[in-house]
Write a protein that binds this ligand. Structure first.
Ligand code: WQD
Length: 337
């Protein structure tokens, strides 16, 4: 089948394209390269020895989207394109709502015009806000504490309304926990613009000597060692979850929602220690004040995806840190090397 992958040059997108190509799909990528490198796509072709079609452009551009749908028999869409930095979203809310919400509206309009109604949407565990208990199941209440999370929640609600209005749509809303790690080849990985917001890329940049030390945002949380606990999931596991979601859409399930997590939480200090074992060097850190908007702990109940998608994460914490280090040590400056 021909799959359109918006944001397909990005971190999760590129790893998903590898799995799609390996499974024999034709892949068309649309990416504006605002937070991605076209080098990632040549690396994807190198890994898979398969070719892909790439359009540099924006999901906000209707005419451009119409050209893509005219040129290719798109069967389904995986929609990654969007902005994802929580702190930046607080400073630039309109930019986040335009890219994440209006971009999705435009995409759905054109999909409707071409009668393409299979959509996998990149949502986030951030829609759960600060959960009242753990682990988190898909029926937990949703809320948002920042424009990024709000934009994800808005799109989830828009997609629900779209399905209620036209139940010929098949839509999978995938709520990612914390994606980390890299493809075992070391050829593709996470390459954030500027200073990394997220823990793992910051740790790996300290390990490779790009950053002096890590700030641990608070060690006074109500967790086993006082630092934040998250459900880190290997990006290859996450990518494979998208292929299972695509298969699910072929059974005409309508609107479905899944947590993509491991069900296991690790603290910041545990991640630091695991990474030190992987890179065989100390990761210098300092305890800093809590980051506003952070929650103490968050991890998934992953059973629904196992039951309904026949999917579960299989990579270990060691796989996550080893693959992350393999990518970073081979590419100290990411794709700009
Ligand atoms: C993890 C833990 C921090 C950086 C966010 C988004 C989520 C998703 C993943 C897009 C926390 C601590 C971090 C640092 C630290 N993004 N930390 N020092 O905040 O769980 O989730 O990114 O989809 O939607 O909300 O991930 O990696 O930023 O933080 O101590 O320099 O590491 O306090 O406990 P987070 P994170």
């Amino acid at each position: 089948m021909t799959i359109l992958v918006t944001g397909g040059a990005g971190y999760i997108g590129s790893h998903t394209v590898v799995e799609l190509l390996n499974e024999g799909h034709e892949v068309v990528i649309l990416d504006n390269l605002s937070n991605a490198s076209v080098t990632a796509l040549s690396r994807v072709e190198q890994i898979t020895q398969k070719s892909l079609t790439f359009y540099q452009g924006d999901v906000l551009n209707k005419a451009f989207l119409q050209k893509v749908f005219t040129d290719h028999p798109i069967h389904s869409v995986i929609h990654f394109a969007g902005l994802k930095a929580v702190g930046e979203s607080v400073e630039q809310p309109l930019r986040y709502y335009e890219n994440n919400v209006t971009g999705t509206l435009t995409l759905c309009e054109i999909m409707n015009e071409f009668n393409v109604k299979n959509l996998v949407f990149s949502s986030s565990a951030t829609v759960y806000g600060d959960p009242a208990s753990l682990p988190i199941t898909e029926d937990f209440p949703t809320s948002a504490t920042n424009p990024y999370g709000q934009s994800k929640l808005m799109v989830e609600n828009i997609l629900s309304d779209l399905y209620q209005a036209d139940n010929t749509w098949n839509i999978a809303r995938l709520r990612y926990f914390n994606p980390v790690g890299a493809h075992p080849s070391g050829l593709i990985g996470e390459d954030p613009n500027d200073i990394p917001n997220n823990l793992m890329p910051f740790i790996s940049q300290v390990a490779v000597g790009k950053r002096d030390k890590l700030s641990v945002f608070g060690n006074d949380y109500n967790t086993h060692d006082g630092t934040g606990v998250r459900d880190y999931i290997h990006v290859v596991d996450l990518a494979r979850g998208h292929l299972q979601a695509l298969k699910k859409l072929n059974t005409n399930p309508g609107l479905v929602t899944y947590n993509l997590g491991t069900g296991q939480g690790y603290s910041v200090l545990e991640m630091i220690h695991a990474f030190e074992l992987a890179c065989q060097k100390p990761i210098p850190y300092q305890i800093a004040s809590r980051r506003s908007g952070d929650i103490a702990a968050c991890y998934a109940a992953p059973q629904k995806a196992l039951t309904e998608l026949n999917w579960q994460a299989s990579h270990t914490l060691e796989d996550m840190v080893m693959s992350s280090w393999h990518w970073q040590s081979n590419n100290p400056n990411g794709y700009s090397d």
